[in-house]
Design a protein around this ligand. Sequence first.
Ligand code: SAH
Length: 247
Amino acid sequence: MNAKVWLVGAGPGDPELLTLKAVRALREADVVLIDDLVNDAVLEHCPAARVISVGKRGGCRSTPQAFIHRLMLRYARHGKCVVRLKGGDPCIFGRGGEEAQWLREHGVEVELVNGITAGLAGATHCDIPLTLRGVARGVTLVTAHTQDESQVNWQALAQSGTTLVVYMGVAKLSEIREQLLAGGMAADMPVAMIENASLPHQRECRSHLSAMEHDAGAFELKSPAILVIGRVAAHAQQNLREQSLCG
Ligand code: SAH
């Protein structure tokens, strides 16, 4: 039997945002390796599977990547149907590309299944149209957390004219603000900071570039959160349902 691993996106949290293909993979799974940010509720689709938590949240106890690789390989080689379940989309800041490459190099067939990435879901749940016609010509998904020496070129992004959707930015608000201001972005550029997007306890904090760090502090913004920086962030309708306004 050919060894195979499904690398599946579980979406941002709301179990209804799982794709039908993800559900099919989960139903077939013998083993599910699950990340921290995945909502356990999606496991209702794989009641018989062995579920192994291999989370790696920044700053917390984490499972070494090499161990995750070996675990997937071992189960796949034993003929098990392995699902590697990741928050959001597996290839948006999710190491899906690395894992797929490693597995293929070791003779394992890989099938990638998209998930709805947190940045897109967060914006939608706050009624923010990321590429509103006449306001934003594009959208940039960017991480504020880089492990290698490469730095994000925030100053170039400030000039890009695209809406910026920032992942892993909560601890980097000061640096992001300074760099974007230095790059010429307007101090009053609207910013939405969205915590636990798509979940019942989603919270959103509306601010603007120069005040975002202060407002996030007053709001006690916590990870996981995304930032939406751009004029479109001011075009959102008031979401009175679960919204907490700050500032
Ligand atoms: N592959 C994931 C991203 C993993 S990186 C995806 O496509 O969504 C982890 C970062 O994603 C978090 O630090 C946070 O910035 C963001 N994130 C993940 N889930 C989130 C959620 N429900 N609400 C807000 N941000 C989230």
